[in-house]
Design a protein around this ligand. Structure first.
Ligand code: GLU
Length: 316
């Protein structure tokens, strides 16, 4: 059997928080359990939000917890560079491939126009694009280009895209009805996450993607891109999100749960034990070391549904 290649691909747009760390730990445990290769890639596509010092901090926070990687940020390796901001040529080549297949078109709609269009909304609140700019003539495209830099969208077919998630089970979306034509290059020229992540996981020969459940509904779009780009898709495991007691998702806004605050409150073993408890790998939140958990890690014990984080457990 070929070796598993897994990755953790955080966005250095702020200090890492508990939710990111939970996904990162599970990705790591799964790879280490199978004796695979762990890759760390920084998804710093967005120049307005991402900073190099956040990437440094992120790597330091992972090391503090006891998570290492074999290839990637700060280490290099055969598939580098491992910062998305340095991989633009790869995304451009993929974009041109899609363009060659007649699958991308410029979209001049403003955000306000998209929101105003009576398009159905996805469950996450994103609007499904109506395809308004799909039918522009070349002349209309030229006229509009004079006033506005377009974003570029990928045309999706009238087709169901299904896969079986390692944790969430069978999942399916209709590309046209549930996703709609989606952006692969923003109007400022930055390639979109959906395109970049597929190019990178493909080029880095990633065979297993472990990430938050919030990205489950990106997967059908990504699988379509894998197909069009002739890349082999990985196996996916979408892990539960951590929720505050009021049901909100923990996010970078919760400063008291970012790694700066957590490192002041916990030891690495204390925090690992808590995360492993939530991940169903320990019966109670007791101190643990990632290397030891890896030996007994079992996907069957990981809950599929989101996890409410009780504040008293964070009072370490
Ligand atoms: N960069 C994304 C994030 O930090 C994760 C992307 C992925 O794992 O596919 O949310």
């Amino acid at each position: 059997m070929t070796q598993v290649r897994g990755r953790f691909a955080p966005s250095p747009s702020g200090r890492m928080h508990l939710g990111n760390l939970f996904s990162g730990l599970l990705a790591w445990l799964s790879v280490r359990r199978s004796g695979g290769v762990m890759v760390l890639r920084m998804e710093d596509l967005d120049p307005d939000r991402c900073r190099r010092e956040y990437a440094e901090q992120l790597a330091d926070d992972l090391r503090w917890l006891g998570l290492d990687w074999d290839e990637g940020y700060g280490l290099g390796g055969p598939h580098g560079p491992y910062l998305q901001s340095q991989r633009t040529e790869l995304y451009q080549a993929a974009f041109q491939k899609l363009e060659g297949q007649g699958l991308v078109y410029p979209c001049f709609c403003t955000r306000a126009e998209r929101l105003a269009a009576s398009a159905p909304h996805r469950s996450d609140g994103q609007v499904i694009y109506t395809g308004k700019c799909r039918c522009l003539t070349e002349e209309e495209q030229r006229e509009k280009s004079a006033n506005r830099c377009p974003a570029w969208r990928l045309m999706v077919p009238d087709r169901e895209m299904s896969f079986t998630d390692g944790l969430q089970g069978p999942y399916s979306e209709h590309l046209e009805r549930d996703c709609g034509d989606f952006i692969v290059r923003r109007s400022d020229g930055v390639y979109a996450y959906q395109l970049a992540v597929v190019c990178d996981d493909g080029a880095m020969e990633i065979s297993q993607v472990v990430r938050g459940r919030d990205l489950l509904d990106s997967t059908p779009r990504q699988l379509y891109l894998y197909e069009r780009l002739g890349l082999r898709p990985p196996a996916f495991y979408h892990v539960p999100l951590l929720l505050a007691p009021d049901g909100r998702r923990l996010s970078k806004r919760e400063r008291d749960l970012d790694m700066g605050a957590l490192r002041r409150r916990f030891t690495p073993e204390g925090l690992t034990g808590l995360l492993a408890f939530w991940a169903g790998q320990l019966d109670k939140p007791e101190p643990a070391v990632p290397g030891e958990l890896a030996g007994v890690f079992d996907w069957r014990k990981v809950p599929a549904g989101d996890i409410t984080v009780l504040p008293e457990l964070l009072e370490a």
